[in-house]
Design a protein around this ligand. Structure first.
Ligand SMILES: [Zn+2]
Length: 104
């Protein structure tokens, strides 16, 4: 590692559980990625289960537990996004409708 790899801060289990609960209780149950409603009763880890996501990823210095940096998504939508941003999508921009900066 030569400094290019971002340090991703680890989530504290207890604090994250609290932040997660707070986000689910206070935010609209609408997926931030596909903008359709989320069924908060969907079983965990199923495609349409609720997932609490960081708006600014942890790897980009986003706040870990602040409500302002949290959004709700579907499990399946969030898995497509992950902490990945532009550079991780280079080479697979076929499915991404948002234009990303080209490396060439
Ligand atoms: Zn979704």
């Amino acid at each position: 590692m030569d400094g290019y790899a971002p340090q991703v801060p680890k989530l504290n289990g207890t604090e994250w559980a609290a932040a997660r609960r707070r986000a689910i209780a206070s935010l609209d149950a609408v997926c931030a990625i596909c903008h359709t409603p989320i069924d908060l009763d969907a079983p965990k880890n199923t495609p349409f289960a609720v997932e609490v996501d960081h708006i600014v990823p942890r790897s980009r210095g986003g706040s870990l537990y602040a409500l302002e940096n949290l959004q709700l998504t579907h499990h399946r939508c969030n898995r497509k996004k992950g902490a990945k941003m532009a550079e991780d999508y280079v080479g697979q921009q076929v499915i991404n409708p948002v234009p990303l900066s080209n490396p060439w």
